[in-house]
Ligand binder design. Structure first.
Ligand code: SKM
Length: 273
């Protein structure tokens, strides 16, 4: 039997043990365990190197995603594109870093958000934190070419902007306070990564967008989600994203196809959704 864990700080709220515990059980991997280990970014390298060969790999959440990328011997193209890793997998050559958050975004937008991309589409991303970089790389992976990035602090948007440029996106950075939100309502797809209090004044302008991933899912529904649904739009949530990013991790840890239905059912049971 092998072991895996989610590393982060805080980590007590993480639903990854629900998802990966269900995956191991559905694959008949008796004795395999998945736990939470509270770890700062600074502690991460020594922690993973100090654990024995029974450890197959790790999910990595905030604040360790950059440290995980920097510590790896090998980096997948999508982790390099995002500039962060949410997965470390043990290989014969050392740690392999991947960023399955990209699949979290693409899977959530397609499956829950009903989004069928077209190259002429314009996407809007609200926010420039860690999730925004995965969002722009995910949108590029879907075939979107143009992104409007609406940010409250342009000085902090550098990492997301770099990710958008690496993904060869045509990106326009808009300063939140000066943005004409009504003009954004014609976008094909929206990924929101900022808290409801900032979005509320603009909900009516954004509501016409037909496909929305609102990564903020607590409390649900957000005012944005309600307004989009009332206009007939399709919604994906942070929980959809969590589910879809876990599939690739489960495959990395076990070497087998992820038991998707079992993982989805376990997440639903744990969250009442
Ligand atoms: O990228 C994911 C990570 O793999 C696990 C996670 C969690 O357990 O809450 C959240 C995201 O950062």
């Amino acid at each position: 039997p092998r072991k895996a864990a989610v590393l982060g700080k805080p980590v007590a709220h993480s639903l990854s043990p629900v998802l990966h515990g269900a995956a191991f059980a559905a694959l008949g991997l008796t004795g395999w365990t998945y736990e939470r280990i509270e770890t700062s970014a600074e502690e991460l390298p020594a922690l993973v190197d100090g654990l024995g060969p029974e450890w197959a790999g790790f999910s990595v959440t905030m604040p360790g995603k950059r440290a995980a990328l920097d510590h790896a011997a090998e980096v997948t193209p999508r982790a390099a594109a995002v500039g962060a890793a949410n997965t470390l997998v043990r290989t014969a050559r050392g740690w392999l870093a991947d960023c399955t958050d990209v699949e979290g975004v693409t899977g959530a937008l397609r499956a829950a958000g009903g989004y069928e991309p077209s190259p002429a589409d314009t996407a809007v991303v609200l926010g420039a934190g860690g999730t925004a970089a995965a969002a722009v790389v995910g949108l590029a992976a879907l075939g979107v070419r143009q992104v409007r990035l609406v940010v409250r602090e342009p000085a902090r948007a550098g990492e997301t902007l770099d990710a958008a440029k690496r993904a060869a996106l045509d990106v326009e950075v808009l300063r939140w306070a000066e943005t004409d939100f009504a003009a954004l309502g014609s976008a094909a797809v929206l990924v929101n990564t900022v808290p409801p209090d900032a979005v509320v004044p603009h909900v009516a302008d954004l509501a016409p967008i037909a496909h929305v991933l609102d990564v903020i899912y607590h409390p649900w529904p957000t005012p944005l989600a309600e307004a989009v649904a009332a206009r007939g739009g399709r919604l994906a949530t942070g929980l959809d994203m969590l589910l879809h990013q876990a599939f690739g991790q489960a495959e990395h840890f076990t070497g087998r196809p992820a038991p998707r239905a079992a993982m989805r059912d376990a997440l639903r049971a744990a969250t009442g959704n």
